[in-house]
Ligand binder design. Structure first.
Ligand code: SAH
Ligand code: SF4
Length: 441
């Protein structure tokens, strides 16, 4: 989501005639697109903003903007104003399309022609009625991840998981008009993009807030009808909202990949309830069954959090147990980090050392499963979309199988955006290595 929002910010700057430059000392404008999902993300953003003080001293004409989730938290914009007075512009998650006009205001105020009354930081006001917040369909994205195109389908979140800051900083769910999404998919496919990733905090809620009767399954169905050879992925799906209809669409479609990111968070019913996730381990396991019954080769990935305040050793064992049962192809693991203003931050916290020990155990278990699953690919031939040149190796490229496994194989930059049959010759942890057996046209 943040990568795609940065593409939109870059699009706004490009439309104003700005181009990317190599280093901060050459920059006329620096925009920090921030995230506050965990403490580490927030501290990194603040550290980087702090570093710019010296750059601004060397170049007083520099315009500095801080945008996104972080300033949207209670008191955060004020904190930025006080701690980093050289920051010129602060915009919240639903105000990023104002970047161009805010830059103009700063530049005009510096000419002395028109004094800027006071720095006005623009974050959305949570006391405003929700329908005040409209969707900006005009901000162009400067896409940076060819052959992959990110497309937002729904903004915000209504779920209020007890640990999560997202609903506070991104507001309530707001779905894009289905035709606007379909048009964007068509434009990307016509422009040569080969993989479309639909984005939302909870894509399965798509359409709930619209007057028409569209839902996520219908959107997938319509996207599947668009002509051309391209792949479709989406994230994120909430287990409480993943429907049989969506699973059926995935299974029936040749474009929607057999790959799903389905965050589990925890394996204990008590912790899931305290997290306000509104599903239990039984529901989660039956979803996995439903997916594998329809798509035996599906690659399922997840997010798991350890160290939630009420998690006991026995609860953590439940998480390890479900990880052993499901056998995820990969898992993003996080140490719970208290976020101010959320209910879980008010609870008594678990010592950090305990959290660290738990995450080490979880990572070790998942790594061994990831490796075992990787080994099953060896010798087989898989369709791989070439996505990039491989880092640090010559004459090698990399891409993903339909199930989402990363494969490195022989090739050149000209292969990016093409589909190949690749025979897997070696596996190492989450990565596979292979040999091209011909292009798929
Ligand atoms: N909407 C998605 C998740 C978005 S946030 C969903 O519901 O699955 C991505 C991941 O960050 C979450 O799945 C969760 O595992 C993690 N996360 C969210 N809040 C966190 C917190 N306070 N501390 C640690 N990890 C957190
Ligand atoms: Fe956060 Fe839960 Fe919403 Fe995901 S569904 S963004 S974890 S509140």
């Amino acid at each position: 989501m943040n990568v795609h929002e940065s593409e939109k910010l870059a699009g706004i700057l490009a439309a104003k005639g700005y181009a990317e430059c190599g280093c901060e000392d050459d920059a006329d404008v620096i925009v920090f697109n921030t995230c506050c999902i965990r403490d580490t993300a927030e501290r990194r953003a603040l550290g980087n903003i702090g570093v710019i003080k010296a750059v601004k001293k060397r170049n007083p004409n520099l315009v500095v903007a801080v945008v996104g989730c972080m300033p949207q938290q209670d008191g955060a914009a004020e904190n930025i104003r006080q701690r980093y007075p050289y920051v010129d512009i602060v915009l919240g998650t639903r105000n990023i399309s104002m970047l161009a006009e805010e830059i103009d205001k700063v530049l005009i105020s510096r000419t002395g022609v028109k004094k800027r009354s006071d720095k006005k930081y623009r974050c959305f006001d949570r006391t405003l009625p929700e329908d005040y917040l409209t969707i900006d369909e005009n901000t162009p994205a400067l896409r940076t991840s060819f052959p992959n195109a990110w497309i937002n389908i729904i903004y915000g979140c209504n779920n209020f998981c007890s640990y999560c800051i997202v609903p506070y900083v991104r507001g309530r769910e707001l779905s894009r008009d289905m035709n606007a999404v379909l048009d964007e998919v068509k434009r990307c496919v016509d422009g040569g993009y080969k993989e479309i990733t639909l984005l939302g905090q909870n894509v399965n809620s798509y359409g709930n807030d619209l007057k028409s009767d569209v839902n996520f399954a219908r959107l997938l169905h319509e996207i599947d009808k668009i002509e051309g050879k391209f792949r479709v992925r989406f994230m994120t799906s909430h287990p409480k909202d993943l429907t049989e209809e969506v699973m059926d669409e995935m299974a029936a479609s040749s474009k929607i990949c057999s790959n799903l990111h389905l965050p589990m968070q925890a394996g204990s019913d008590k912790v899931l309830s305290d997290m306000n996730r509104r599903y239990d381990r039984q529901r989660y396991l039956s979803l996995i069954d439903g997916l594998r019954r329809r798509m035996p080769d599906i690659g399922i990935t997840t997010d798991i959090m350890v160290g939630f305040p009420t998690e006991t050793e026995a609860d953590f064992e439940d998480t390890l147990d479900i990880v052993r049962r499901v056998r995820f192809s990969n898992a993003f693991t996080f140490i719970y980090s208290p976020r101010k203003g959320t209910p879980a931050a008010e609870m008594e916290q678990i010592p950090y050392a305990v959290k660290q020990e738990r995450i080490s155990g979880l990572i070790a278990l998942q790594n061994s499963i990831t490796k075992e699953i990787s080994d099953t690919y060896t010798g087989g031939v898989y369709e791989v979309l070439c996505e990039d040149v491989a880092p640090k190796s010559e004459n090698k490229v990399c891409g993903r199988t339909e199930s989402g496994r990363l494969v490195t194989f022989d090739g050149a930059e000209a292969d990016i955006g093409k589909f190949f049959n690749v025979r897997i010759t070696q596996s190492r942890s989450a990565s596979l290595f292979g040999r091209k057996e011909g292009e798929i046209l």
